[in-house]
Design a protein around this ligand. Sequence first.
Ligand code: TYD
Length: 133
Amino acid sequence: MSLIRLIDLPYLGDDRGSLVSIEANNHIPFEVKRVYYIYHTKQCVSRGFHAHKNLQQLAICVAGKCRFLLDDGVSRDIVWLDTPEKGLLIGNNVWREMYDFSADCVLLVLASEYYDESDYIRDYSIFCKKVKQ
Ligand code: TYD
């Protein structure tokens, strides 16, 4: 089974241009407590390299594109995020790496919890041990 859970986001564009609206607990399965965005990522930089114990997230490339690798300790899947009209749902206990950022990439992330460093698993071997328990 693929780890890639892409959601079609509600598109409300018209002849003036594009608009996407996302409602917590309606279009995505959690309350949004935090929003952050990653941009001006330098070429050849990879980010992420962690999993979360509890956090759920929706990642949207609102401009440009980047690639996500997701890993649940058993299998790995890779997907391009290259449209503002799709969001990638990432549940807890999923290792993620982001790379191949285009120069114009703006990666918006909606998160179910406030920032909490103790929710991170930043060591891949510890992650693999945890998910195999
Ligand atoms: P980091 O986890 O390295 O980002 P990425 O997973 O995209 O590579 O985050 C960089 C720094 O910013 C790190 O010190 C943690 C901090 N940070 C916050 O304080 N709040 C946040 O919401 C996020 C995502 C990061």
